[in-house]
Ligand binder design. Structure first.
Ligand code: PGA
Length: 251
């Protein structure tokens, strides 16, 4: 009953021309995919070109970040209103690279998640433990705190409009994927927390994506886990054929 989501996070890759040709290729490949929600997240400068290119297809476009204020004196920032205006339907919030290199916290994530919803965008809220946290045995604690603080003060109806991406930091860009069982264990725990802070029906309908070295050769086993509802894909989303194979996962 939960429509799977496969989202490609292009990170800081691709010029406008490169973005256009990648999404054009993808559009051809996925023209008859109707049972999976496909999202691509280009850099800000390519959003306009990608939005124009996906017209008439089911591909949706996400921004990789945004500020929480709608406008103002914040040099270099882009607001939720502007992201929406550019044609995005989704926005990635709190990716571990933002937390690691740009000092984002659960508190800024919370402000951004709320601002995204206020602008009519679907937030994809990213959470996940570092290697040190996993080795110290604090994964569940860290992830629970990220979910609770990320959604702090929000009504169940607002929480139900969000997507979560669980991305263990040690699995991102490293070629080390969490095993399906490791991922499932955390996904299940996340769903439990959503039931507590939202409701059991919000938990049952919430899409929880896995991210971290998702590839054509590991997507199938990940998607067989009952609480894994899709993937946030970095490296393997930069080539149309590998991203397409992930979109066409076999359960
Ligand atoms: P990766 O990145 O697939 O290259 O590990 C995933 C992500 O950071 O969203």
């Amino acid at each position: 009953m939960r429509t799977p989501v496969i989202a490609g996070n292009w990170k800081m890759h691709n010029t406008i021309a490169e973005s256009r040709s990648l999404v054009r290729e993808l559009k051809q490949l996925i023209h008859d995919v109707t049972d999976v929600e496909v999202i691509v997240a280009p850099v800000f400068t390519s959003i306009g070109a990608v939005v124009a290119e996906v017209q008439g297809s089911s591909i949706k476009v996400a921004a990789q970040n945004m500020h929480w204020e709608m406008q103002g004196a914040y040099t270099g920032e882009v607001s939720p209103r502007m992201v929406k205006d550019a044609g995005c339907s989704h926005v990635i919030i709190g990716h571990s690279e933002r937390r690691q290199y740009f000092a984002e916290t659960n508190q800024t994530v919370n402000k951004k998640v709320r601002a995204a919803l206020a602008a009519g965008l679907t937030p994809i809220m990213c959470i996940g433990e570092t290697l040190a946290e996993r080795e110290a045995g604090t994964t569940m604690q860290v992830v629970a705190e990220q979910v609770r603080e990320g959604f702090a003060g929000m009504q169940a109806t607002d929480i139900s409009c969000c997507i979560i991406a669980y991305e263990p930091v040690w699995a991102i860009g490293t070629g080390k994927t969490a095993t399906p069982a490791q991922a499932e264990e955390v996904h299940q725990a996340i769903r439990g927390i959503i039931a507590e802070i939202g409701s059991s029906s919000v938990a049952a309908s919430m899409r929880i994506l896995y991210g971290g070295s998702v590839k054509p050769d590991n997507i199938d086993e990940l998607m067989r886990e009952p609480d894994i509802d899709g993937a946030l894909v970095g490296g393997a989303s930069l080539k149309a054929d590998s991203f397409f194979r992930i979109v066409r996962f076999q359960r």
